[in-house]
Design a protein. Structure first.
Lengths: 259, 375
């Protein structure tokens, strides 16, 4: 059966495993031979210079783009080799916070958070309203439910997007540049929030960022993509990589161009 | 095991809530109503404590339950001792209560009465009028700069817009004009045939197409096609702050964006109207020749006899006026656009509606004017 083909043997602590992944737009290869795994409950950083394919890797992980080669395993199950119903089930466990929020502008914040709840759970409207107000208060936006995304600041939009991402209690949370465009304090608060979600709920968190301060504060593990060789250079704890990576490019990046 | 809820009273003023089992949102955990009842009936409670050591699994189901209890507690001014909750849940509740809800930030909850709404709409329309006049003034100034040769815009932009509103509009203008010519000819022919006067189809079609229908139909097509496109382009630029970027760098967005669009339509509309007239007359000829036994040359001669330069001028002038109005409406709504996807949609709709409204008003006024002048 198909289930046998898609099941792979992995370390049970590994939540997401990337095997021999090659990403390409048509004939243009962006990254090749990516191999790394993300452990359950880790905060995993995808880093690298601009244009190296960080966001593209994220789009492959959340099932928006088909890999040119290789596979992405969730708990040992290959996403792209699974039948559509299983893909839907795996996807249900994802929460994604997009780079610019991507809140639906025609809906209020409460409606933005309520939409996935109404679609994928059979909760009564009153219960949905309670969950929505809880999620909004978790991100510090209690009482802002009636506002439209265009009526609040950029930092608040980011937090509202996070409230929408955690609406369905996801097992895996993805962040694309969470601190882009935020002031240092807001960005620090968002980092704390990400860490708190992981600590309290045990969510596996994947963050695309090149914000060094937040890489060292929250990152447990990381992968470093290189734009020139078009492959990953290394994977590991970012603090260790900063001090001990054998690759000068990685140390250069993690020390802001100073060695 | 699904979520279980029970309580104890270690002392008369302490409600001890015992939670057990799996508290998941999807398997409908116990409701907080029982707790609310207890608080209602026993007014001496001043402390709520928890024992969550037997909770096997939890998610937002437990958190919404707790949020409700926290809310009840603050209503009854009761202390909460979260010590016994599962560690993660306690921390999430700390997070949820860290920022107090914004009070008084709600949106005007009361339904406004009919009269109030009529008043508000009238006021907003009254306020929209000066905005439109302001834009009209800016566009006029921009044309002034154009004639003095100081308007800054890229000639290549103008050419691109001309290509888009002219040649690219030909297929749809051809189709509609042909069908309108067909309809006018057919409708007229049935009546005229009663008097054996089919040959006057030529007069009807040529006059109708050149004076009225050609300009009107082209105007409506262009309002839907080009007016909407202008509003969507400028509206999206507004959303992306591109228009602010022009302003900051010292470019006048009216010169740079609105002027080429207005110019392109002013230049192209007369040509499209002429073209539409020719296609319509051809359609009339097609009907007369195939269905009403009129010779091609006969029809041609009758058309030439019925035509006068003044008819052509009237059509072209109308078309040009419509072009100005369509470009004006499209650019106005685009420049007024808000900063969201929703707003771009509204701007586009409004551009088409405003454009067609302007066209119909102008058509009536111009028809009366030309009638009075005897042209």
């Amino acid at each position: 059966m198909a289930a046998a083909d898609v099941q792979h043997k992995i370390d049970p602590d590994d939540h997401i495993t990337v095997q021999d992944l090659t990403m390409a737009y048509g004939d243009f290869i962006i990254q090749r031979d990516l191999n790394f795994s993300i452990r359950r409950g880790d905060i995993f950083i995808i880093m690298g210079g601009s244009g190296c394919g960080k966001s593209t890797l994220l789009r492959h992980l959340i099932g928006l783009k088909v890999p040119a080669n290789g596979r992405v395993l969730f708990d040992g199950i290959s996403y792209w080799e699974s039948p559509p119903a299983d893909q839907e089930r795996i996807k249900r466990g994802f929460g994604m916070s997009f780079q610019s929020g991507a809140l639906w502008s025609s809906l209020t914040l409460a409606e933005n958070v309520a939409l996935p709840l109404g679609e994928y759970t059979d909760l009564a409207p009153a219960d949905i309203a309670e969950v929505v107000s809880l999620k909004l208060s978790l991100v510090g936006l209690a009482g802002f439910g009636e506002f439209y995304p265009s009526e609040i600041s950029g930092g608040m939009q980011k937090r509202a997007a996070l409230a929408r991402a955690i609406a369905l209690d996801p097992e895996i949370l993805f962040f694309d540049e969470p601190s882009a465009g935020l002031d240092p304090i807001s960005s620090r608060r968002l980092d704390d929030l990400i860490q708190e979600l992981r600590d309290s709920l045990g969510t596996t968190i994947i963050v695309v960022t090149h914000e060094l301060a937040s890489i060292f504060t929250i990152g447990d593990n990381s992968v470093f993509l290189d734009a020139e060789t078009r492959t990953m250079i290394t994977t590991g704890d970012p603090r260790t990589l900063r001090d001990e990576s054998p690759d000068p490019g990685v140390r250069y990046f993690l020390n802001r161009g100073k060695i | 095991m699904p979520g279980q809820l029970s309580f104890l009273f270690p002392s008369p003023d302490n409600l001890h809530v015992i939670l057990a089992g799996s508290w998941l949102l999807t398997n409908s955990p116990p409701s907080s109503d029982e707790i609310a009842r207890q608080l209602q009936s026993r007014s001496d409670i001043n402390r709520i404590s928890f024992d969550g050591s037997d909770v096997t699994q939890w998610d937002s189901g437990l958190l919404t339950f707790l949020a409700r209890i926290y809310q009840l507690a603050s209503q009854h001014k009761i202390d909460i001792d979260p010590g016994g909750l599962p560690d993660g849940a306690r921390r999430m509740m700390d997070l949820a209560t860290a920022v107090p809800p914004k009070e008084g930030m709600g949106k005007g909850g009361e339904e406004s009465s009919l009269i109030e709404r009529v008043g508000l709409i009238s006021l907003s329309m009254w306020r929209a009028a000066p905005e439109m006049l302001h834009f009209l003034g800016e566009v006029t100034l921009s044309f002034g700069r154009l004639f003095r040769g100081t308007a800054q815009f890229r000639r290549s932009d103008l050419m691109l817009v001309i290509e888009d509103v002219g040649p690219h509009a030909l297929p749809i203008v051809s189709l509609i004009s042909f069908l309108i010519g067909l309809i006018v000819a057919y409708m007229g022919a049935v009546q005229l045939a009663q008097f054996g006067a089919q040959i006057y189809i030529a007069n009807l079609v040529s006059l109708g197409m050149t004076r009225e229908m050609g300009a009107l139909m082209t105007g409506i097509i262009m309002a839907g096609r080009t007016g909407a496109a202008f509003a969507a382009q400028l509206g999206t630029m507004q959303v992306n702050e591109e228009i602010d970027a022009f302003r900051t760098m010292g470019f006048n967005p009216i010169d740079f964006l609105v002027l080429p669009r207005m110019l392109a339509l002013i230049l192209m509309m007369p040509l499209l109207v002429l073209y539409s007239g020719i296609v319509g007359i051809t359609a009339g000829m097609f009907v007369s020749v195939t269905a009403f036994d009129i010779g091609t040359f006969e029809y041609y001669q009758q058309t030439v006899r019925s035509m006068a330069w003044s008819h052509i001028w009237v059509g072209v002038i109308k078309g040009t006026v419509y072009g100005i109005l369509i470009a004006f409406a499209g650019c106005l709504r685009g420049m007024q656009c808000g900063r969201s996807a929703q707003a771009v949609g509204e701007a586009t709709t409004s551009a088409v509606v405003t454009g067609i409204l302007f066209i119909v008003i102008a058509a009536s006024l111009l028809t009366i004017l030309f009638q009075q002048l005897g042209i």
